[in-house]
Design a binder for this molecule. Structure first.
Ligand SMILES: C[S@@+](CC[C@H](N)C(=O)[O-])C[C@H]1O[C@@H](n2cnc3c(N)ncnc32)[C@H](O)[C@@H]1O
Length: 287
């Protein structure tokens, strides 16, 4: 069959050219460059392609349907058990890497990612740090279902480099005696959508993605971060930690509340903006 015939089927299902391209590349397991060079596509793919086109036409997400999401240059396996990694979260990774490369000494450092989901953050950080290495890297996640997905991505993209622990925030490392006298770097993209914002969310997101990955179910949406920050203070005391660096992603309306909260704790912190000039990442230090 001509490639254009496949494309026309996609267009008649009201899919965009980029969706059609992603589907055809995904089903044939080829790169965009290989796809570009094709003029014919074997008709053996037609049934599967039509099925995927149909799912997308009915509102399923492209990433879950193709079980693949690109994040910081790598393809991660995703399904309905985890949040689809967002482009916005690449800012958190970029800021963290920048500080780690330029300002932070990682020689005696443990690295933790809290609420790891697909493990897109720790895999990107650990791989981009190469050849620099943390003393230990651990991905923490509350949901055992998400842990299975994270394990698959770590095995495929950063084998042997990241430990995975089921954990409510920092609970699974809190009493780890090996942590004594270490430095600590933590990244976290936790659920931060507050109750009232549920109604304003994209219906596709609400319908498809796991609720526990998105919602704080509370007044400001910053509550889980407040709990995490409390645990950081406690860990610093218990384990006599030297330095602690925390990088978190926030929602676009959380600057005012987070600033007041962090100032009241006398913490040092800096905000980083996304491309729309909205503060989406906070770097907190000097606990
Ligand atoms: C917004 S998603 C982010 C996932 C991933 N870090 C990313 O950026 O794509 C939040 C993740 O935190 C997990 N989570 C929610 N509450 C948690 C808690 N108390 N402790 C640890 N993980 C939690 C959810 O299961 C979900 O995987």
């Amino acid at each position: 069959m001509k490639k254009q015939e496949y494309i026309d089927i996609g267009l008649s299902a009201w899919l965009s050219p980029s969706q059609i391209e992603a589907v055809l590349c995904g089903v044939m397991n080829i790169s965009k460059e290989e796809f570009f060079k094709l003029s014919e596509i074997s008709s053996k793919f037609i049934y599967e392609v039509q099925q995927v086109f149909f799912k997308l036409q009915s509102g399923a997400s492209e990433e879950y349907t193709l079980e693949k999401a690109n994040f910081y240059g790598r393809d991660f396996f995703v399904d309905e058990r985890v949040l689809i990694p967002r482009n916005d979260t690449e800012i958190l990774v970029k800021v963290t890497l920048d500080k780690l490369h330029r300002e932070i000494n990682i020689k005696n450092m443990w690295y933790l990612d809290v609420g790891t989901g697909s493990a897109c953050i720790p895999v990107s950080i650990v791989e981009e740090m190469h050849p620099l290495k943390f003393n230990k890297a651990i991905a923490l996640e509350l949901s055992s279902e998400a842990i299975d997905v994270a394990a698959e991505n770590i095995e495929k993209l950063a084998p042997g480099k990241i430990e995975l622990r089921e954990s409510n925030l920092l609970s699974a490392v809190f009493h780890d005696e090996e942590l004594a006298w270490k430095d600590l770097c933590i990244t976290a993209n936790l659920p931060y959508i507050k109750d009232g914002d549920y109604v304003n969310m994209d219906s596709k997101v609400v319908r498809n993605e796991p609720n526990r990955a998105l919602y704080g179910w509370a007044k400001t949406g910053f509550e889980l971060y407040e709990e995490l920050i409390k645990q950081c203070f406690q860990m610093k005391q218990v384990h006599k930690l030297w330095e602690m660096h925390l990088f978190i992603e926030i929602w676009f309306d959380q600057k005012k509340h987070s600033k007041k909260y962090l100032e009241e704790l006398w913490l040092s912190f800096v905000y980083f903006m996304d491309s729309a000039k909205i503060e989406r990442v906070i770097y907190i230090k000097d606990f």
